[in-house]
Design a protein around this ligand. Structure first.
Ligand code: VGL
Ligand code: ZN
Length: 218
């Protein structure tokens, strides 16, 4: 009897995507909301991109009257907490204002193979850390539908900042049903509190993310 050997079906291979979060001028040293050593991961992210056929990016993209900016709340300063659209909101320096140099991607970041860019934080009434949904989970950037349409199942996340936009993107990615991998050496934390980056890693891991190192991919 003949044994039927199934033909290899490329569609059965889980599609993997690299998601680069907020690698923008305002989040690197010299920028308005600089993450310490944030620029150091640019060459690594460029190397990582070579291991992926499918690369997408998010871009923090605020109007100048955005409610997360301390300057837009009289008597408030950076780091204060307010309630914005019913949710607690920490106040940031004005950053990533639409069409400004600060909102532009880092000049050394290779953007030539990106499939799409998902902008977030455009609604002045609510902040948006995750690349999928705003902090009230109302506004949808379309990222989830886009990835699903493309057949992506495995999502590899890197970029800035580990304890804010990277963390919330990873958590939403998991709840959207993706298998999510966090590339630990291709991200940096704001660390308003010294352990924020470490705690973010633990939180993502508890939620089901796999924490790995870039050397496992390159
Ligand atoms: C971010 C704070 C405010 C980030 C964006 O990209 O992590 N953090 N807006
Ligand atoms: Zn922002």
């Amino acid at each position: 009897m003949q044994t039927r050997i199934p033909k290899e079906n490329t569609h059965q291979t889980p599609m993997k995507a690299l998601l680069i979060v907020d690698m923008q001028n305002d989040f690197v040293p010299g920028g308005a909301l600089a993450v310490k050593d944030g620029d150091e991961i640019v060459p690594l992210i460029n190397r990582l991109q070579k291991s992926f056929d499918f690369v997408v990016a998010t871009q923090d993209w605020h109007p100048d009257d955005h409610g997360s900016f301390a300057v837009n709340h009289e008597g408030k300063k950076i780091g204060d907490f307010i309630t914005l659209a019913g949710t607690p909101q920490i106040l940031w320096p004005a950053h990533c204002i639409q069409d400004s140099e600060g909102a532009a991607f880092h000049p050394f970041l290779n953007k030539s193979n990106w499939k799409a860019i998902f902008q977030k934080g455009t609604n002045p009434e609510v902040d948006s850390y995750s690349g999928f949904y705003d902090n009230n989970r109302k506004g949808d950037t379309g990222l989830s539908a886009y990835l699903k349409e493309a057949g992506v199942q495995k999502l590899y996340v890197c970029g800035l900042a580990l304890d804010y936009c990277v963390k919330f993107t990873v958590l939403d990615g998991i709840s959207e049903g993706f298998q999510v991998f966090l590339i630990a050496d291709a991200t940096k934390a704001v660390n308003l509190q010294p352990d924020d980056g470490y705690n973010a890693l633990r939180e993502m891991e508890s939620a089901g993310a796999v924490i790995l190192k870039s050397e496992e991919l390159i």
